[in-house]
Design a protein. Structure first.
Length: 260
């Protein structure tokens, strides 16, 4: 089974330490959520995982290979990231935008093969964008565009999918729809999804494990029941919450009461 290991990863911007020794591991078939305040190092950690940044200490290992030593194209065959700023600014159709995800697995740029198109079609159906393949991406809603970007990442056929604030700017029904999609993809394909989010309730409901990051260090790691507690949320976020098991959703419900 695929294994991702983050070993004592440290990173600093100029003289400011952002990551202060992050260590954890994860494997296929999991959704791992990363929670923390703005500026705590969440996005920097994601960039170190996908080798966009090189750690100043420690390393990230995927299937035995240190990711910073692997070529960008080879790494893209195993790992895909949808960043907060991921978008298509030109009037490409949805199909054209998704086809861009084939590049890491192509030896040259040209017409996609039948097997390529089969993979594209399968991914588009899985994410619910197949029905508007011919529409310009610029005419889509925020939720639809986010699904297109995830579809493009899936076409890479990654073992690891990194999502940085995937529900940002989405209305509530699209937030739930996107998280349901993530869970179904993990169940069907056995991939590892690591996502950064500010939505504590969504993370508690949909993630198998949660990392709580505070000032560049792991302040909590484990299941939602172990990590998402009123005490931890007050300590890290400075908020008062009501956290309880809700049998209607089969998991934790989090209600924010106010500042501490």
């Amino acid at each position: 089974m695929m294994l991702l290991e983050i070993n004592d990863v440290r990173f600093a911007y100029h003289s400011s330490d952002v990551l202060k020794g992050i260590t954890f591991s994860a494997s296929g078939g999991e959704v791992v959520g990363i929670l923390g305040k703005n500026g705590c190092g969440k996005t920097t950690l994601m960039k170190c995982i996908n080798a966009h940044l090189s750690p100043h200490g420690g390393c990230v290992v995927l299937d035995g290979d240190v990711v910073s030593t692997v070529s960008r194209k080879e790494l893209a065959k195993k790992m895909a990231m949808v960043a907060q700023s991921s978008s298509v600014s030109f009037s490409f159709t949805v199909l054209d935008a998704v086809l861009m995800g084939l590049y890491p697995n192509s030896e040259w740029m040209g017409s996609p093969s039948d097997s390529d198109m089969e993979r594209v079609s399968e991914a588009m159906k899985a994410t619910g964008v197949f029905g508007f393949a011919d529409r310009p991406v610029t005419e889509l809603s925020g939720g639809e565009r986010q699904r297109v970007m995830i579809t493009r990442a899936l076409v890479q056929d990654p073992k690891v999918l990194l999502l940085d604030e995937p529900t940002l700017h989405l209305d509530i029904n699209h937030q739930f729809g996107l998280m349901e999609l993530v869970r179904s993809l993990v169940a069907e394909k056995g991939i590892l999804v690591i996502l950064v989010t500010h939505e504590i309730g969504l993370a508690a409901r949909y993630c198998d494990r949660i990392l709580l990051v505070d000032d560049g260090e792991i302040a909590g790691s484990g299941t939602a029941e172990e990590v998402v507690t009123a005490e931890n949320l007050e300590r890290v976020f400075g908020i008062r919450t009501d956290v309880h098991y809700d049998e209607r959703i089969g998991g934790l419900a989090v209600t924010v009461i106010g500042k501490s």
